[in-house]
Design a binder for this molecule. Structure first.
Ligand code: CMC
Length: 431
């Protein structure tokens, strides 16, 4: 924690309190209210944590007004252009870009853990074939704690490290197996001669009956999608991982909790929902109808892939993703992709509409990602599992940071209770 830089005065009733304030390296100052209940006998009320910092962190910073995303200080667009996913994993986990020797060692460690316990294949066969791959991911990742007993003791730094490497290494295998299971094809074992993204594509799209060459254009685009989703500070799923971890739960259980939270359409499920929306719109002439629905207070419909709690400007990931969608479709020789056309025109129409500009609603990371994933051959149901595998490193980095924080305590929010006060039980015949 930074040193106290100033004091905030809070007065209510006959009480006057002085609360410590801290200045971050970037972002707004924070008022420390941790002693508020003890000193003032009041709680704060902040549904959705819109004004509450639940931890201090050195990993990721978002400037929502500028539309800037930094990992350990490095802007996401530079990382997307110049780096690659495993290097970004190292950066998030350990704080700095690796030297050549550190990168080699890290990649070796990750690569040596790509296979899953063979018994886990039996676990998959307990699921219905038509299960959503996210349902399978939640179950299988949670079950990892039943397979890897030697890396569940969170008090042991070595076990924490092994669990972290295991999850980064195995998540592509687990996601690809979930996909293969739902389409009834045999599981494909990982290939350690391939890079991280190519290995994932190979596990998803190769079959034992034929030779399969991973397209390097798609492999690069896949790696960039992983990179763009790697971490995003204290979002809902990351906060879920931290909250689960605050009780001392094992790392596999914590990441399974994060995956469950990510699945919702307001969070990671938005990429699937967005592509489905773009397809439902279908043609450019139907855009005004959908814009009108998004603006209608009585219609629950929202433009998926639009808006963000923190960004009040372009999501910098969306900019890279849009450029990537153009490049990938171009390189694949796809001309006039109707979904991309609808997406571009919808973005334009929304950004010319005062409803969206006044509320500062801009495209987010999910707006263009589905178009690329679909061009690669993924069904929409795989979009959120791919988000989950990319975000695993962010969740783990934040979980490790939390465990190393001497101030860490079990997360336990308070409430504004509006229910009945004490009343006596009434026997059923007298109700
Ligand atoms: N379409 C239409 N109106 C919207 C949208 C949208 N996509 N997003 C926000 N609004 C309106 C909302 O109705 C509200 O209007 P009013 O002030 O008149 O009541 C105002 O904008 C503020 O919305 P909010 O729900 O209070 O904002 P929030 O910060 O709680 O929600 C959000 C952020 C991402 C959940 C929301 O923008 C949303 O539902 N977007 C669509 C889903 C989506 O694309 N999610 C992916 C987010 S990025 C990836 C990730 O983090 O997982």
């Amino acid at each position: 924690m930074t040193n106290q830089t100033s004091t905030a005065k809070l007065s209510f009733g006959d009480k006057e309190l002085e609360l410590p304030m801290y200045s971050p390296t970037a972002g707004p100052d924070v008022i420390d209210i941790s002693k508020l209940y003890a000193q003032g006998d009041v709680f704060t009320f902040d549904p959705g944590f819109t004004s509450t910092a639940a931890c201090d962190s050195t990993i990721t910073f978002i400037d929502g007004e500028k539309g800037e995303l930094l990992h350990r200080g490095y802007p996401i667009d530079q990382l997307a252009e110049k780096s690659h996913f495993l290097e970004v994993c190292y950066l998030l986990l350990y704080g700095n870009l690796p030297t050549a020797a550190e990168a080699e060692d890290f990649e070796y460690r990750v690569t040596r853990h790509t296979m899953v316990h063979e018994q886990m294949t039996k676990f998959y066969s307990g699921f219905r074939r038509d299960a959503h791959p996210m349902a399978i991911m939640v179950g299988v990742v949670g079950a990892m704690s039943a397979f890897y007993h030697d890396s569940t003791d969170i008090a042991d730094p070595w076990q924490r490290e092994v669990a972290s490497i295991r999850m980064i290494a195995k998540m592509p295998t687990i996601a690809a197996m979930a996909y293969k299971y739902t389409i009834g094809q045999p599981f494909v074992y990982p290939r350690n001669d391939l890079d991280y993204a190519s290995n994932f594509l190979n596990m998803c799209f190769s079959v034992p009956a034929e030779n399969f060459e991973v397209n390097p254009i798609l492999s690069r685009a896949m790696d960039r999608i992983f990179t763009l989703h790697a971490d995003h500070e204290q979002n809902a799923s990351t906060s879920t991982v931290r909250l689960a971890g605050s009780s001392g739960a094992n790392p596999f259980a914590c990441i399974a909790a994060g995956i469950a939270c990510l699945w919702g359409p307001a969070h990671g499920g938005a990429n699937q929902a967005c592509l489905e929306m773009l397809k439902e719109i279908g043609t450019v002439d139907r855009i005004p109808e959908y814009i009108a629905r998004a603006k209608d207070k009585d219609d629950p419909f929202r433009l998926m892939g639009f808006g963000h709690r923190v960004y009040k400007n372009f999501d910098p990931r969306a900019k890279v993703m849009k450029q990537s969608a153009d490049e990938v479709l171009d390189l694949l020789g796809v001309e006039n992709n109707p979904t991309l056309q609808v997406a571009k025109e919808l973005e334009k129409a929304a950004l010319e509409d005062p409803y969206f500009t006044e509320k500062k609603l801009f495209p987010n990371v999910d707006f263009y990602s589905g178009i690329i994933l679909e061009a690669m051959g993924f069904p929409t149901s795989m979009f959120t599992p791919i988000f989950a595998l990319s975000r695993t490193v962010g969740w783990i980095s934040q979980w490790k940071e939390m465990l190393n924080d001497p101030k860490q305590k079990i997360g336990r929010p308070r409430q504004l209770y509006l229910g009945e006060t004490l009343r006596d039980y009434v026997d059923v015949e007298n109700r």
